[in-house]
Design a protein around this ligand. Structure first.
Ligand code: SF4
Length: 179
């Protein structure tokens, strides 16, 4: 009888990875001590699961080099993966998106506004983008998810980094040293 493959922890416990606080990490200045502690505890729990995952190296490489995914993946936040890409000199970009400048003012936001704001402010969390755009965090996430699912992604780099390069960049993250 064929052996069933072992599921990765994120498939076994998807609710842990889909927790709002991991999908949209707060800035320390925006939350109370208790909320910050809750974030750190949940993040550390997901980090431990990923660290024990059989496909961590593949997952990390794909999420840094090949596809821009939302949330906490492969022991890293979205912001940390952006940091790693900067270090590696690569960019995972959306294909032919109508980027614009950040929107100011009220009213419903459309897809291009959300994508434009993300491009103009790549280090902001979904929560911060939502505040900037005057919409909900879930609206921002929905548009970003649609963008990622609906368009091809490409890595703009002369040469793709090796797995070793990506792991070295990962080791240089503060959170890799402290958790
Ligand atoms: S390393 Fe990737 S596949 Fe493994 S649990 Fe973490 S997110 Fe899931």
């Amino acid at each position: 009888m064929a052996m069933r493959p072992t599921l990765p922890p994120c498939a076994v416990s998807p609710e842990m990875y889909q927790d709002e606080i991991l999908l949209s990490p707060p800035a320390r200045r925006d939350v109370t001590v208790e909320q910050w502690r809750d974030y750190l505890v949940k993040r550390a729990a997901a980090h431990r699961r990923c660290a024990g995952c059989d496909v961590l190296a593949d997952c990390l490489y794909r999420s840094v080099v090949e596809v821009d995914v939302l949330g906490f993946v492969a022991c890293t936040s979205e912001a940390e993966r952006r940091t790693m890409r900067r270090e590696l000199g690569i960019e995972v970009r959306f294909d032919s998106s109508p980027y614009g400048t950040a929107r100011v003012g009220g009213g419903p936001v459309d897809h291009a506004e959300v994508i434009g704001a993300r491009k103009a402010h790549p280090d902001e969390t979904c929560r911060e983008l939502a505040q900037r755009l005057g919409c909900s965090t879930s609206t921002v996430k929905r548009h970003l998810r649609q963008e990622r699912e609906g368009r091809a992604v490409a890595v703009t780099t002369i040469e793709k980094p090796s797995v070793g390069d990506v792991l070295d960049a990962f080791d240089r993250l503060d959170t890799s040293r402290s958790v």
